[in-house]
Design a protein around this ligand. Sequence first.
Ligand code: AMP
Ligand code: GLY
Length: 421
Amino acid sequence: MKVLVIGSGAREHAITWKFANSNCISALYIAPGNAGTAELGKNLPEIDPMDIEGIVKICREKEIDMVFVGPEGPLAAGLVDRLSAEKIRAIGPKMATAQLESSKAFSKDFMVRNGIPTAFSETFEDYQIFERYLKKKKGSLVLKKNGLAAGKGVYESEDTKNLLAFGKKVLPGDSILVEEFLTGWEISVFALTDGNTYLLLPPCADYKKAEEGDKGLNTGGMGAVCPVPQVTSALWKTIEETIINPTFTGLAKEGLSFSGVLFFGLMITEEGPKLLEYNVRFGDPEAQVLLPLLECDFGNLAEALYKGSLKDFYFEISNDSVLGVVVAAEGYPESCKKGIPVTSLPKQQGNDLMVFHASTGFKEDGTIVTGGGRCFSVVGKGRNILEARTRAYEGAQEVSFRGAWFRKDIGNKFYIVDTAE
Ligand code: AMP
Ligand code: GLY
């Protein structure tokens, strides 16, 4: 099978790595890819993930059998619709279902219609009506820009002035959701689906804030852990019964079923788990800690997802723990310089220590250079979180480029529980 992976991040490097270890792959392409994926397959740097016609054309030229879409942008723009019209197999939802991620208003309505526990919310298109509503409200509120915003569309505050200022930036042009502020702890849950059935993968925790102690600005994710020891089997059962099952029932009822990955962003509150958001793809950095635990041939799994034979597909999830640390560029999550030479990287140690690149490239002399804010995910695997953490941090320390930094507390809140078991 000839496979094309769409994207250039560490998530797509991890997906490519799984395909590269599959026995049923005869050619592996990544569009556009990065310096890490270049070691596993053939990068197509001229192809932008949003260039739908360019992707269709390259699929024809390279006789691609299957396309695996990493990021949300091309899904929301209808890449899978176009590929299926051309009879090219693709993993990921069509545009109609991708609205679960690309429109917060669509996804909130879906949750409410299907009785899925979520934060109370109202949607506004008109600034004056929004302003009147906010002035009557007290306490912390969460504002959400309706459309895709690369993690920058959510704002939380109890200060009406600041909330109004955020609203002014969004309206008009897009609508805005005003949401009840939920307290609790967050997990990311991923389901693989073939359109008929689904399979849950172990829960992940993502570290969204830039600074230690979960302070500072929001980022795309500075690290992740999988599985999360605090998720008991009773909680898992509640999540499945109240959130996952009703979601898949709703998708089937509304003609929105698809082959791919559905991501549930959950807040575990005192009243039980509530759904914050859906994403229609693997998370980043969650994929980097989740995929090393999947013990199966990833090419066969992708085929089962496409063909609708997931029910009969056998695979195991390792009992190990995985922890990922994101090494970022100076200035991230605000503006940062790109193109900085990388002077050292740790050596990959089988599945125990892996380095996934994000948007890295090559200089003419072959030196690897950074290409964005989050530059590498260094991932350790071990028998427990402590072992995984030790490996990941030893690796992260060996990543060297000017201005490189990472959070030092990934996994700390979990490993005391883990080692006490
Ligand atoms: P979302 O894009 O909807 O997942 O929001 C991004 C982040 O904002 C989440 O991961 C939470 O940390 C936070 N957040 C979103 N909605 C709420 C809410 N209703 N209450 C508290 N925090 C929230
Ligand atoms: N880590 C959160 C996301 O991928 O959206």
